[in-house]
Design a protein around this ligand. Structure first.
Ligand SMILES: *C/C=C(C)/C=C/C=C(C)/C=C/C1=C(C)CCCC1(C)C
Length: 246
């Protein structure tokens, strides 16, 4: 799709976050790929995954941005395609960080299954919301999606991931996994807020928040979470290297 530069709105905060989001994801990917060469061997795969997460997001933002500017509508399908690729990769980060402490592939599959459940139900909630919006539809699918979210949250804070990190004997892994847990608790919680802005959603019917705000919340959350996750992984890699050198 060719973007008509003359149609870029100058008073639209959502368009603004699509453009800055794109640039931020691209810059973050360059950073993670380049810095990959300066970390220890055992962190290289984690750094690669960080770069892939923001890289995949950058490509989707490129298209979502144009879609939004051209149509003024939420690029729901592109959004969920992006998430279906990037959220499982974030689960891979949890797995890689705890692998040395004994994480099994089964843990990774459980996390991936929970994230796909969360996203497929969320997609049904948004994409099949009847014309004009339906509260019961939005609440039902939003609730089902939240179950997947809570499973990941629990695993990161109290479940297998938390236990493995606690037993890893590696201080930077402990702190890093806890920090990622905070991202899941606070950063990921921004998404349901966006979801509730769609027609029929609680914030839409209750507070009159416009459906275009869905993208505002999603764009802000994506920048925080995708770039943030990568930076946490990067700081684990850098700080555990310092300890070896000392
Ligand atoms: C990079 C993209 C990320 C980290 C996306 C995360 C998305 C979520 C945590 C979405 C969660 C949702 C709910 C918990 C309920 C309503 C529907 C969703 C899919 C917005």
């Amino acid at each position: 799709m060719l973007l008509d530069v003359l149609s870029i709105p100058k008073d639209d905060p959502i368009a603004f976050t699509f453009f800055t989001g794109y640039m931020a994801m691209l810059a973050a990917s360059v950073f993670f790929f380049v810095e990959r060469s300066s970390v220890d061997e055992k962190w290289k795969l984690s750094m690669l995954v960080s770069g892939l997460i923001t890289g995949i997001a950058a490509v989707h933002y490129y298209y979502m941005r144009d879609y939004y500017v051209a149509t003024g509508e939420n690029p729901t399908a592109l959004r969920y395609i992006d998430w279906t690729l990037t959220v499982p990769l974030m689960c891979v980060e949890f797995y890689l960080l705890t692998k040395a402490a004994g994480a099994k592939l089964g843990l990774l599959w459980k996390l991936i299954f929970a994230s796909v459940w969360m996203l497929v139900t969320g997609y049904i909630g948004e994409a099949f919301n009847p014309e004009g919006g339906s509260t019961s539809h939005s609440v039902l699918w939003g609730f089902l999606s939240t179950l997947g979210y809570l499973y990941i949250l629990y695993t990161a804070w109290y479940g297998e991931v938390a236990k493995l990190a606690a037993n890893s004997g590696n201080e930077s892994v402990k702190v890093g996994v806890r920090t990622l847990g905070w991202f899941v608790l606070v950063g990921w919680a921004i998404y349901p807020i966006g979801y509730m802005c769609m027609p029929g959603g609680w914030l839409n019917t209750g507070l009159g928040w416009e459906s275009s705000n869905v993208d505002l919340f999603y764009n802000i959350a994506d920048a925080i979470n995708k770039i943030g996750f990568g930076l946490v992984v990067y700081s684990i890699a850098v700080s555990s290297k310092k300890k070896v050198a000392a």
